[in-house]
Design a protein. Structure first.
Length: 248
């Protein structure tokens, strides 16, 4: 069993609330604002040790100065993440997956997990290679999303997309080369939204596995959005469309 850190008030609070059995100890700074005091209280209530240390020690443990005065040491449980097979065995009409084809910036992965949580995504699927890993930075940016959304690591993305299609999932790939926009469909089936890597977009073999390519209309001078921003916009359109259809 390996260990890692979670830092930032919101991320620490969510981790303590949802998976206290994995927490080893909490390190906090001497300065105590009401929000930090609340986190300390919840941690002590869960019978988790709390230690006061210098801010430099917190920065060293977190690998960042943006820890907001608290850093959590956790046990990383092997096998905690879901498998693709598990996800497909639980498939239903409202199933929604976010597939990230080589997103390597941990800030983008964290932001995608946060949007995934907000829009009811069942799982975020990433390749084991050429992808950011779930670390302290990802957890901080995800603001609790890393603890609430299943993260599925797969070995072969093309093979996994084929398995999803065979199970009844309709694959939409976000691409600037698409003819249709994200607003042209109603998403009344199990859906996987595939987003490409920063800068490069979808790989050719990945795009070939998509049932439909879609794009966001771009009215300004920039050619594309940041992948996490684009993922959030697309996920919310899928959610909006489904909600509208359910009221019709």
């Amino acid at each position: 069993m390996s260990q890692s850190y979670v830092y930032g008030l919101h991320a620490v609070e969510k981790f303590v609330q949802k998976t206290p059995q994995q927490v080893v100890e909490l390190f906090v700074s001497e300065g105590r604002n009401p929000r930090l005091l609340s986190v300390i209280g919840q941690t002590l209530k869960a019978q988790i040790p709390v230690h006061t240390v210098e801010r430099d020690e917190l920065s060293k443990r977190a690998g960042s100065e943006k820890h907001q005065g608290c850093v959590l040491l956790i046990n990383v449980v092997a096998g905690q993440q879901k498998s693709l097979e598990q996800c497909l065995s639980e498939l239903n009409r409202e199933s929604l997956f976010l597939v990230l084809d080589g997103v390597q910036d941990p800030h983008n992965l964290g932001a995608c997990l946060r949007s995934a949580d907000a829009t009811g995504v069942d799982a975020v699927i990433i390749p084991k290679d050429r992808s950011a890993k779930l670390n302290a930075t990802v957890r901080k940016v995800a603001a609790g999303g890393a603890e609430s959304v299943a993260l599925v690591e797969i070995t072969n993305l093309v093979r996994s997309l084929k398995a999803m299609k065979q199970a009844g999932v309709w694959i939409y790939g976000a691409s600037g080369d698409a003819h249709e926009t994200i607003y042209d469909f109603d998403y009344q089936t199990p859906v996987a939204l595939v987003m490409g890597a920063e800068g490069d977009g979808l790989r050719r073999l990945t795009a070939e596995q998509c049932d439909q390519l879609v794009k966001l209309p771009m009215k300004g001078a920039v050619e594309s959005l940041n992948v996490s921003v684009a993922a959030g916009v697309c996920l919310y359109e899928i959610l909006r469309s489904r909600m509208a259809c359910s009221k019709a």
